[in-house]
Design a protein around this ligand. Structure first.
Ligand code: A3D
Length: 318
């Protein structure tokens, strides 16, 4: 069986890290595409030269022309600009909306059968633009945010409880912004929900509230430390896990920005919800029950995503 082809649109910090991880995991051959001349070629060659040391079989190419992504099985999109200290993800909408329109067109013309994962911010609106311009079926276009936000939550919880990250599960839903919704009732240590752990005295409600807030501010914390860009190791790892779920038909249950039409009371919106990811892309949306408080937080997040989509609609090429 021929190796899979994975196209990375955007060869910046996340794009380069994606390329490296994909080779190490031997998920397929990698094409890096970017408008910056030499950057995708240079990163492709550099990583290719590490493969003999790592002992992994993956071919690498870099390109400035969309024809290079032809026939890709998976496309991961990071093209655009990241935020700088003091900026919110939403401040990126003007420039990244135009970039997503060009990328959507490139995908439509070159690899309409691909599974597409968008990472570019503001995430929930950019994945919508990408889907509109590419014309791909909604189940084949998703946004990466929930896996990252949940991983941050899991990491902070594992530190708090002094247990392995492997035994902590967590769900962060809603839009990828300040209104994201970490769901404590659906987050567990080895199956024990967080509210029960508070009752058991493992932590206090106050500490848990602080961890929830740190999760919401997780991206800004890294931006503040790096000063010149945003997080890229964990975002790349999260997107690779999603690509692997698709390529290996793993049927993994992951929070993704998925097209919600007739679920969660929504009538056509990309927002973070639990989904089953397999060979058909988004195979199922897991419509969990939310209590009144959770629903109120989710609705607030949905409203903020709606605002961003409306702004993107105005900015999109007609
Ligand atoms: P960066 O290292 O700047 O890379 C972006 C790359 O995109 C650069 O190499 C640019 O040359 C390239 N680019 C710009 N315009 C185009 C275009 N029209 N076509 C092709 N390539 C282009 O950024 P990064 O890799 O750190 O971040 C990329 C994006 O991911 C940003 O929008 C971030 O805000 C976003 N991001 C999202 C998350 C989520 O969890 C959703 C997390 C971290 C970063």
């Amino acid at each position: 069986m021929a190796r899979k082809k994975i196209a990375l649109v955007g060869a910046g910090n996340i794009g380069g890290t994606l390329a490296h991880l994909i080779g190490l995991k031997e998920l397929g051959d990698v094409v890096l595409f970017d408008i910056a001349e030499g950057v995708p070629q240079g990163k492709a060659l550099d990583i290719a030269e590490s493969t003999p040391v790592e002992g992994c079989d993956a071919a690498y190419a870099g390109a400035n022309d969309y024809s290079a992504i032809a026939g890709a099985d998976v496309v991961i999109v990071t093209a655009g600009v990241p935020r700088k200290p003091g900026m919110s993800r939403d401040d990126l909408i003007g420039i990244n909306c135009k970039v997503m329109a060009a990328v959507g067109q490139g995908i439509k013309e070159n690899c309409p059968d691909a599974f597409v994962i968008c990472i570019t911010n503001p995430l929930d609106a950019m994945v919508w633009v990408l889907r509109e311009l590419s014309g791909l079926p909604h189940n084949k276009v998703v946004g990466m945010a929930g896996v990252l936000d949940s991983a941050r939550f899991r990491y902070f919880l594992s530190e708090e409880f002094k247990v392995s990250v492997q035994d902590v599960t967590a769900f962060v839903l809603g839009g990828h912004g300040d209104t994201m919704v970490p769901l404590t009732r659906y987050s567990t240590v080895a199956g024990i929900p967080l509210p029960d752990l508070v009752s058991m005295g493992w932590t206090s409600q106050e500490r848990l509230d602080q961890i929830v807030q740190r999760t919401r501010d997780g991206g800004a914390e890294i931006v503040g430390l790096l000063k010149t860009g945003s997080a890229f190791y964990a975002p790349a790892a999260a997107a690779v896990a999603m690509a692997e779920a698709y390529l290996k038909d793993q049927k993994r249950v992951m929070p993704c920005a998925a097209w919600c039409d007739g679920v969660f009371g929504l009538d056509g919106l990309y927002v973070g919800v639990p989904v089953v990811l397999g060979a058909d892309g988004v195979e199922k949306i897991v419509e969990i029950e939310m209590n009144a408080d959770e629903k109120a937080m989710f609705d607030k997040s949905v409203e903020s995503v709606r605002g961003l989509v409306a702004a993107s609609r105005e900015l999109m090429p007609k």
